[in-house]
Design a protein around this ligand. Structure first.
Ligand SMILES: [Mn+2]
Length: 422
């Protein structure tokens, strides 16, 4: 059962479908002049999908404050319902990625049925060894998979293996591992020793990985550690993945790099060596990793998709951002549209012509070939894809018309305020 009445979406669409039809036909004629068949682009758009993060469905916060939203979800069942609303309206996010132990339930098989009943399945599962959890014996204060303390390492390995077991019951096929391990002081730990301990722990997790699973190693330059981070960059990530084996891949979170890093080139390098396993989408201006995807630098997002399309790469796609000011449902709908829009624009790149210009060293025409695709307004294709799939032509308007959040604010307890980095 989809969470919203389908006739609400149909009623909303009725008022918008004539204009969409016109815009779609006009764009079709424009693309036809460029020898692009809009119907084949539409088919590829309908085939594209990505995952939602369970932790992005509630309101996030900063280290300073968190301002709760009346009606926001407070447990995994409510998060699942909100995710299903996003999928019903946008039709591009049929999967949800869980985070343990935050989303742990006693009966994962029942949760899987609950999800399927609402049109959702589960993507990669995420372990959490960057904070202490109630009842655990060893602390992660000084590290988890790379900790000097053997008990903390053993506990972190066991937690990751438990995540695999939970994921198998949910139908997941990947384990994403991000650790907060690192140091704040030179000399605090041996840089070499920390990586050796990480590798030793990671091998134990890898050994427990089913044959049809992937282990996604996520790097992050800094935070919470501010002097050195154990898995700081894509270089460390690919070395780890190569050392572990074929099932280990790198996970690139767009916001986890030094400012100015050429992320599309990082993506291209990882694809070249068969090691790109996943992408986490968000945006940033300075050193953050939590702004809405495409809200700051949509051109960078396009250039990342240009590499993915050129190399026919389809890693695990997931949105990974935090919503402090907006309704998470609205932000996730808009972000998903920005991501698919970048994918579609990358499909419009005239690759034969681009290659010709590259061979001729015609710099201006080569870059103009990319720019032409980027500057194409693909919103009619995205809206038509949603309409064909049963979603809303204007998902935000339909969401607001549904009164979902106001209704939920009557049913759900107000989430806690305070500070919270998610
Ligand atoms: Mn991430």
């Amino acid at each position: 059962m989809a969470p919203l009445p389908q006739e609400l979406i149909e009623r909303q669409n009725q008022g918008l479908s004539a204009a969409l039809e016109e815009d779609f036909l006009a764009l079709g004629r424009t693309l036809a002049r460029r020898n692009i068949d809009i119907q084949s682009i539409l088919t590829k758009t309908l085939d594209f999908s990505l995952a939602l993060p369970s932790w992005g469905l509630g309101v996030g916060g900063t280290r300073f404050a968190r301002f709760p939203l009346p009606g926001e979800p407070t447990n995994i069942h409510e998060k699942l319902s909100d995710a299903a609303v996003i999928q019903q309206l946008g039709r591009a996010t049929p999967r949800i990625s869980l985070h343990f132990p935050w989303d742990k339930v006693s009966d994962p098989a029942a949760l899987r049925e609950e999800a399927v009943a609402q049109g959702m399945t589960f993507d990669a599962v995420n372990s959490n060894t960057f904070q202490d959890h109630p009842g655990q014996l060893a602390t992660y204060k000084h590290g988890s998979l790379s900790a000097v303390n053997a008990e903390a390492r053993t506990q972190a390995v066991a937690h990751n293996i438990e995540c695999i077991a939970l994921g198998r019951k949910l139908g997941s096929k990947a384990l994403s591992i991000w650790i907060g391990d690192g140091t704040n002081f030179p000399g605090q730990q041996s840089l070499t020793g920390a990586l050796d301990r990480y590798l030793h722990s990671a091998r134990e997790i890898y050994a427990a990985l089913p044959d049809d699973w992937q282990m996604l190693v996520e790097h992050k330059l800094y935070e919470p550690a501010f002097y050195s981070t154990v898995i700081a960059d894509w270089g460390t990530s690919i070395l780890v993945a190569q050392e572990l084996g074929a099932k280990a891949r790198c996970l690139v979170d767009i916001g986890h790099h030094a400012p100015g890093t050429n992320i599309e080139q990082v993506v291209a390098r990882l694809i070249r060596f068969g090691k790109l396993g996943g992408l986490h989408f968000n945006d940033s201006k300075y050193g953050d990793d939590d702004l809405d995807t495409g809200s700051i630098d949509p051109h960078r997002l396009f250039l990342v998709f240009n590499e993915l399309v050129e190399n026919s790469a389809r890693p695990h796609f997931m949105i990974d951002q935090s919503h402090n000011l907006t309704d998470p449902i609205e932000s996730l709908l808009v972000s998903a549209e920005a991501i698919i829009g970048s994918f579609v624009r990358a499909l419009l790149v005239d690759r034969a012509t681009l290659t010709e210009h590259q061979v001729d060293n015609d710099v201006m025409m080569a870059t103009r070939t990319l720019r032409r695709a980027y500057e194409t307004d693909v919103t009619p294709i995205l809206a038509m894809a949603r309409l064909k799939a049963g979603g809303a032509i204007d998902p935000i308007a339909a969401f607001r018309a549904s009164g979902w959040r106001a209704a939920k604010s009557q049913e759900r307890p107000l989430a806690r305020p305070g500070s919270d980095i998610v």
